[in-house]
Design a protein around this ligand. Structure first.
Ligand SMILES: C[S@@+](CC[C@H](N)C(=O)[O-])C[C@H]1O[C@@H](n2cnc3c(N)ncnc32)[C@H](O)[C@@H]1O
Length: 150
């Protein structure tokens, strides 16, 4: 089996609810899930009217997300990229969500800092960024507002 930067562990239903609560997604916003797994966060954001992109490196999971988007008839809002999160341009998103792992957080902090809009919000399930201050923390979910975090 291939190993990736982040193991596949889907966010729990409670964590998805908490992430949505802290993210406060607005209709028409743009979002990306970095490592989209089985698409739980992609679907949750699209159901709230967000234009969301799920980036997933694993081909089987990427296919599963596409099937779920189709079944949920959310093709107008949700799309996927079968690819590596490190190769994505993060400059066009209002919201970045992830369920990562400790080993990626330092590199990801610097990628987001270099690329994301200053108004971007980042919601991380379980894992904190090493130097940023979260704006809110609830049940191990961290909300960062970039203009205040750094
Ligand atoms: C912890 S799961 C999170 C899934 C989903 N975001 C959620 O919260 O339910 C992480 C996912 O990231 C994917 N992944 C790992 N390394 C990746 C990389 N370099 N680029 C894109 N996806 C990656 C894994 O295949 C896995 O499906």
């Amino acid at each position: 089996m291939q190993t990736y930067d982040i193991p596949f562990i889907p966010s729990s239903d409670d964590s998805v609810k908490t992430m949505m609560k802290l993210a406060r997604p607005q209709k028409g916003e743009t979002a990306v899930d970095l490592g989209a797994g089985d698409g739980k966060l992609v679907i949750a954001l699209a159901q709230r009217g967000v234009y969301v992109t799920g980036v997933e490196i694993d081909e089987e999971r990427w296919s599963l997300i596409n099937a779920r988007i189709k079944i949920s008839q959310l093709q107008d809002l949700a799309k996927t990229i079968h690819g590596n999160l490190w190769e994505q341009d993060l400059s066009n998103y209002d919201l970045i969500v992830l369920y990562g792992v400790t080993s990626i957080m330092e590199r990801l902090e610097s990628k987001i800092k270099n690329e994301a809009k200053s108004t971007c919000r980042v919601v991380s399930n379980r894992f904190e960024f090493p130097t940023w201050q979260p704006a809110e923390v609830l049940d191990h979910v961290y909300l960062y507002r970039l203009q205040k975090a750094q």
